[in-house]
Design a protein around this ligand. Structure first.
Ligand SMILES: CC(=O)N[C@H]1[C@@H](O[C@@H]2[C@H](O)[C@H](O)[C@@H](O)[C@H](O)[C@H]2O)O[C@H](CO)[C@@H](O)[C@@H]1O
Ligand SMILES: [Zn+2]
Length: 298
């Protein structure tokens, strides 16, 4: 079967697709990876599934935009999201089904999960079809999304995982050859707990052990370590674009500042589809998500 030539013929040889739930997830979990691949000439496509309408607001002057007030936070976060993508150098950023198609479901168990447009209640195949269309257009070789728990259990993250994986099933020959899920090695979590012990803004303050965290992956189950410390400043600038969600006193800035690039500029992944390419270190972690792919014919 010969495929209709798609837009991908005119795109760079390496094409990366990321599927995230809300504006700001892209930078927190994968900002350095995105900046790295943009800077090395790959085509990076970000698909975000909701506008983040149910988010908290950490800028007092914007408090009336909240869902329970003027319900305008989604439109505001769309602009933050575009500015964050610009800071990372990402020009291809899309909302799944178009801006406003799927609504932020709120935290698990809240009544907002039942909103008629809540992403959590979306029809899986209908939502996946929007992503299949993008896969057919771009034929990305690599896709990044979350694990089945959505990394930390948020319903929109779980649904983003389900939609991304379903689309990869439906896309057939246009599906990504390699699929990664965002992850945090237990060794890094432990080091982070230790490093933050004396910090006044300690995100681990209420945690006795990493086993209490909703995320954490044994080091030998991690497949890739993306060192984007060269892009640590872009990631920080992109975080600042999400000011309604990431306040100036956020512990994330503490990570970026006090603990250097390891916590902010390095991002980790498990590999759930495709062959692992050559790697480095005791666990042979890949340092390139396109490692091992034949990019000539793709
Ligand atoms: C990083 C992320 O996924 N943020 C989501 C999340 O935000 C949390 C929510 O506001 C919660 O009430 C806070 O206690 C928690 O600190 C926040 O991380 O959920 C929001 C609502 O669905 C979502 O808009 C936000 O992007
Ligand atoms: Zn999120």
């Amino acid at each position: 079967m010969t495929l209709d030539r798609t837009a991908s013929d005119s795109l760079p040889a390496r094409r990366l697709l990321l599927v995230h739930a809300h504006p700001d997830d892209e930078v927190i979990g994968t900002g350095a990876t995105m900046a790295h691949y943009v800077s090395t000439g790959a085509h990076v496509t970000l698909v975000t599934c909701t506008l983040g309408e149910e988010g908290e607001i950490h800028v007092p002057a914007l408090s009336q935009l909240a869902a329970a007030e003027a319900d305008q936070l989604g439109g505001y976060r769309l602009v933050e999201w575009e500015r964050a993508c610009a800071a990372l150098g990402v020009t291809d950023h899309r909302m799944l089904g178009g801006p406003g198609r799927y609504r932020d479901s709120g935290m698990m168990g809240l009544p907002t999960n039942q909103h008629p447009r809540a992403f959590w209640g979306a029809d899986l195949d209908e939502a996946a079809a929007h992503l299949v269309e993008i896969m057919r257009e771009l034929r990305p070789q690599v896709m990044i999304t979350y694990d089945a728990n959505g990394f930390y259990g948020h319903p929109d993250h779980i649904q983003a995982h389900r939609v991304a994986m379903r689309a990869a099933e439906l896309a057939g020959p246009d599906a990504p050859e390699k699929i990664y899920w965002t992850a945090m090695p237990l060794s890094v979590l432990r080091d982070g707990m230790e490093a933050f012990k004396e910090s006044e803004n300690n995100p681990f303050a209420d945690v006795e052990s990493v086993d209490e965290m909703p995320f954490g992956t044994p080091d030998d189950e991690i497949a890739a370590r993306m060192d984007g410390t060269d892009h640590h400043a872009k990631k920080t600038a992109a975080m600042r674009a999400h000011a309604s969600q990431i306040p100036d006193n956020s512990w994330l800035y503490g990570m970026a500042g006090d603990f250097g690039g390891e916590f902010m500029g390095v991002e980790y992944y498990t590999l759930v589809k495709g062959e692992r390419g050559p790697g480095e270190g005791p666990h042979k972690w890949e340092t390139d998500l396109f490692a091992g792919l034949d990019l000539d014919g793709s």
